[in-house]
Design a protein around this ligand. Sequence first.
Ligand code: ATP
Ligand code: MG
Length: 259
Amino acid sequence: MGTLLEVRRVSRFFGGLAALAEVSLSVGEGEVVGLIGPNGAGKTTALSIISGFLRPSAGSVRYCDREIAGLPAWQITRLGVARTFQATTVFAGATVFDNLARAALVRASYPLFGQLVGSHASRAVEKTVRAKVEALAEEFALSCWLSRPAGSLSYGHQKRLGVALALATEPQLLLLDEPVAGLNPQECTEFATLLKRLQQNRSLSLLLVEHHIQFVTGLCQRVVALDHGRKIADAPPAELVSNPAVVEAYLGSEDDDFA
Ligand SMILES: Nc1ncnc2c1ncn2[C@@H]1O[C@H](COP(=O)(O)OP(=O)(O)OP(=O)(O)O)[C@@H](O)[C@H]1O
Ligand SMILES: [Mg+2]
């Protein structure tokens, strides 16, 4: 298994606060890696740096053997890294179809946008995008919602749409920020099945941030734990639950979901 993502000694400061302090982690091709830690540990900051929404203060982020730290987010998306957000961030007023089409356009080489609207070439792109949106909607059981405003979907459906949007950009590495937060146990199980299927069918690599520990240990081959911006563990799930540093980090916080 080759290395797809290699984060090396990345730090990020906000004023005097080190949200991340010299964190290193890697994700292999086809690997599913969990990223856990109490509130404020730096998990979202790490995803934001990898996906280009934040610049690191120091350190390196290599993807497919290329330095990507500091590149703009759209460029990193085009290289094959997509992320979902902790809060759902669909365009609430736009339809599910338009949300998906906008994401799918990242991969479409639109002919001289504006000049050739209505041309043969642009109609071909529209056809490809439409087919892709319909296939994704089918895969995510969202077909019957395509013409509805995304904001009118239930919270669970919006979470699913968030993953579909990320996949529309055709990533090789998918970063998920708390995909099952706020979902009921049945929705969590469905989400786990969905992610397993995606990972197998598309040979996706996943970096998964989640507080729901059973969800993480059930899906991940390896789990990285952060606390106060520092990496405190990097181990297979079975070893993690008995790791004293991890237990201490969770007991010492108000996070009570590490059971
Ligand atoms: N834009 C920002 N400006 C200032 N401080 C920030 C910013 N973003 C994050 N922080 C701080 O950095 C630390 C890490 O935040 P981060 O959001 O990465 O934590 P997290 O592990 O994702 O937590 P949670 O589990 O609550 O989502 C926190 O102390 C947070 O307050
Ligand atoms: Mg977070």
